[in-house]
Design a protein around this ligand. Structure first.
Ligand code: SF4
Ligand code: SF4
Length: 153
């Protein structure tokens, strides 16, 4: 995935800054939005731009993937209206057992808006760490934006 801001089409409204879940990934320079090296290329900001100044290009990664470089157990933390679904907490408990068997870390993946207060529940149910993407664009489940941020390189 590659993300580009078309400077000549940017209106300088700054909406994309609020939409981005990664602080400092997008800044204003001379009245135009600019991506920084903190940008993960997730593309989540594109939908927020009414001027369609953010261009996202999906690229096919043809490189062979060495799965031996991957480790850990992740559990997607389903939430609705700021409440974690019981099934997510049950999965965290099961994930804890699996992670212990494998000798790896257990991580919760939590997306939404104003979610920081919920991370403690993930830790209480066994997570070693929580990956949090917190922005208005994640308030309600949307396959595209959720997928993009989870699989961002
Ligand atoms: S939302 Fe679009 S128009 Fe507004 S600052 Fe960002 S890139 Fe520019
Ligand atoms: S592509 Fe993702 S990380 Fe980069 S500015 Fe947009 S929302 Fe933020």
């Amino acid at each position: 995935m590659s993300v580009k801001i078309k400077a000549d089409e940017c209106l300088g409204c700054e909406v994309c800054i609020d939409a981005c879940p990664f602080p400092g990934a997008i800044i204003m320079k001379d009245g135009v939005a600019v991506l920084t090296d903190k940008c993960t290329g997730c593309g989540a900001c594109a939908q927020s731009c009414a001027a369609e100044a953010i261009e996202v290009t999906k690229t096919e990664d043809k490189l062979a993937v060495d799965i031996s470089e991957y480790k850990g157990v992740w559990v997607f933390i389903e939430q609705r209206d700021g409440h974690i679904a019981n099934v997510a907490l049950e999965l965290l408990s099961e994930g804890r057992k699996l992670a212990d068997e494998l000798g790896v870390e257990l991580a919760g993946v939590l997306l939404g808006e104003n979610m920081e207060g919920l991370t403690r529940h993930c830790f209480a149910f066994g997570a070693d760490k929580v990956y949090l993407a917190d922005a208005p664009v994640f308030k309600d489940y949307r396959t595209d934006s959720y997928t993009d941020v989870i699989v961002a390189p």
